[in-house]
Design a protein around this ligand. Structure first.
Ligand SMILES: [Zn+2]
Length: 90
């Protein structure tokens, strides 16, 4: 996939593609280090493993299994979603 740097000159469609690319990049980071993340069982957001309460839905139950984190990261990167991913929390 081509990396686009100047978002301001892009069409809305291209901006959406850039957002998708950004999400894919985040997903790759999560997939590389799944132990740093966990999946909220309340809203399926991926949050940092150090978080105790989900900032999105205030759930305190998380799936910490690495394979689940990886699967969720791949799922989130491939579809539209409004959930918080880990980088949004910092
Ligand atoms: Zn949640």
């Amino acid at each position: 996939m081509q990396i686009l740097h100047n978002v301001d000159k892009l069409s809305p469609m291209a901006k959406e593609n850039t957002a998708l690319a950004e999400r894919a990049k985040r997903a790759r980071r999560i997939v590389r280090n799944p132990t740093l993340y966990k999946v909220c069982m309340g809203c399926d957001s991926i949050v940092a493993s150090k978080v105790n309460i989900c900032p999105n839905c205030h759930s305190y139950r998380f799936e910490t299994d690495e394979s689940e984190v990886v699967a969720q990261a791949k799922a989130l990167s491939s579809r539209e979603q409004n959930s918080v991913v880990a980088e949004d929390l910092f």
